[in-house]
Ligand binder design. Structure first.
Ligand code: UGA
Ligand code: MN
Length: 310
C-alpha cells in the first residue's frame, strides 16, 4: 500500500497534466479566435461611422473669409483657438477669384491642418462697404465650395466626421468642439449675442428639442444661427445635392440646408448641458475707420506702407 500510493499518484498527476495541457491548448486557440473576432469588430465600428464608439471623429470646420481690413486679425484670433483643438481640419474658403497671398502665407504658418480654397461671390450679391450687414447673404458660395471639396475628398463611413460652418469673426470656446465631436446626425446648442438677444437657443424637454427661444423670425423651420449646429459628414453624401443658396429669404440659410438634409426637429441632438450653456458667441468685428490714411497722404505726401501686411 505504502509503495503503491506514490505510483498511483504519479499516474494521476501525469493524467492531470495531460488534461490541463490539452485544455490550455484549447483556451489558447479560443483566445486567438476571439482576438481575431475583436479586431474584425473594431474595423467594422471604425468603418460604420458609429461615432459613439470611434475615438475622435474629425471636425471639418468650414470658414468663409473675405478681403477687408480686419481679415488677418480675425483669422489669427480664430487659428489660435483651433491650435488647441485636436483632429480638426480647417477648410478656409476665400471670397475671391483666386487664393490671395495674405491668406496663403497665413495658413502655411498657422500650424492648423487646413485646406485653402477660393470661390468668388458674384458682383450682384456681394455686399458693399456701407451696406447694412443684413442686406445680402454671405459665405454661400464659399460654403458650397467646401462641401464640394468634402464630397470629393472625404470617404464617407470610412473616415466619419463632423461638419461645422464656423464664420471667421465669431468666438468659439474649446468646449464647443468637444460637444459637437460625436454627432450622429445634427447636434445643436445655444449661440450667444445673436438675434438681438443675449442668446438664442433650442428649447429642450426630457432631452429632446421641442422648440426655440428666439425673437427674430421664429417661424423659420430651424431658427438658429450658423454657429449653433454641426452635421455628421455622412449626411452630405446621403444628400449629395444639398447646398446653400443665395436665393433664400434673409435668415433662411441655416433652415434651407437642414431641410435639404431631411433633418427633422426630433433628430436634433441637444448639447451644452441640454442647451443650458453658451459656448459660442456671434461676435462681430468692428469696422475700423481708416480715415487718417487719406489725411496722411494729403498732409505728408504718403500714407502707410502698403508692403506692411496688416
Ligand atoms: C450671420 C450668420 O452668422 C452667418 O453665418 C450668415 O452667413 C450671415 O448672417 C448671412 O445672413 O449671410 P454675419 O455676422 O451677419 O452672420 O455675417 P459675416 O460674419 O459678416 O459673414 C459670414 C461669413 O461670410 C464670414 O465668415 C465672412 O468672412 C464671410 N463673408 C462675408 C464672405 O465670404 N464674403 C463677404 O462679402 C462677406
Ligand atoms: Mn459674423
Amino acid at each position: 500500500m505504502v509503495k503503491c500510493f506514490p505510483e498511483c499518484k504519479e499516474k494521476e498527476i501525469e493524467h492531470l497534466i495531460k488534461k490541463y495541457k490539452a485544455r490550455n491548448k484549447e483556451l489558447d486557440k479560443k483566445i486567438s479566435d476571439l482576438s481575431q473576432q475583436l479586431q474584425g469588430c473594431q474595423k467594422n465600428v471604425m468603418s460604420s461611422g458609429r461615432t459613439e464608439f470611434s475615438h475622435s471623429p474629425i471636425i471639418y470646420m468650414v470658414t468663409p473669409t473675405h478681403t477687408h481690413s480686419e481679415q488677418k486679425a480675425n483669422l489669427v484670433r480664430l487659428s489660435h483657438t483651433l491650435l488647441h483643438v485636436k483632429n480638426i481640419h480647417w477648410i478656409v474658403v476665400e471670397d475671391s477669384v483666386s487664393k490671395t497671398v495674405l491668406v496663403s502665407k497665413f495658413l502655411q504658418n498657422s500650424g492648423v491642418k487646413n485646406t485653402h480654397l477660393a470661390a468668388l461671390t458674384p458682383h450682384e450679391i456681394k455686399m458693399k462697404y456701407n451696406d447694412p450687414t443684413w442686406l445680402k447673404p454671405k459665405g454661400v458660395l464659399q460654403r458650397n465650395a467646401a462641401l464640394q471639396w468634402i464630397r470629393e475628398n472625404v470617404k464617407p463611413n470610412r473616415d466619419g466626421g463632423v461638419v461645422y460652418f464656423a464664420d471667421d469673426d465669431n468666438t468659439y470656446s474649446l468646449e464647443i468642439f468637444q460637444e459637437m465631436r460625436n454627432t450622429k446626425k445634427v447636434t445643436v446648442w445655444p449661440v450667444g449675442l445673436v438675434g438681438g438677444l443675449r442668446y438664442e437657443k433650442p428649447v429642450v424637454k426630457d432631452g429632446k428639442v421641442t422648440g426655440w427661444f428666439t425673437y427674430w423670425k421664429p417661424n423659420r423651420p430651424f431658427p438658429m444661427d450658423m454657429a449653433g449646429f454641426a452635421v455628421n459628414v455622412n449626411l452630405f453624401f446621403k444628400f449629395p445635392d444639398a447646398r446653400f443658396s443665395n436665393e433664400v429669404p434673409r435668415g433662411f440659410l441655416e433652415s434651407t440646408i437642414l431641410e435639404q438634409l431631411n433633418v427633422k426637429m426630433e433628430d436634433l441632438e441637444p448639447r451644452a448641458e441640454n442647451c443650458s450653456k453658451v459656448l459660442v458667441w456671434h461676435t462681430r468685428t468692428e469696422k475700423t475707420k481708416l480715415k487718417n490714411e487719406q489725411l496722411m497722404i494729403k498732409q505728408h505726401g504718403q500714407g502707410s506702407d502698403t508692403n506692411i501686411e496688416v
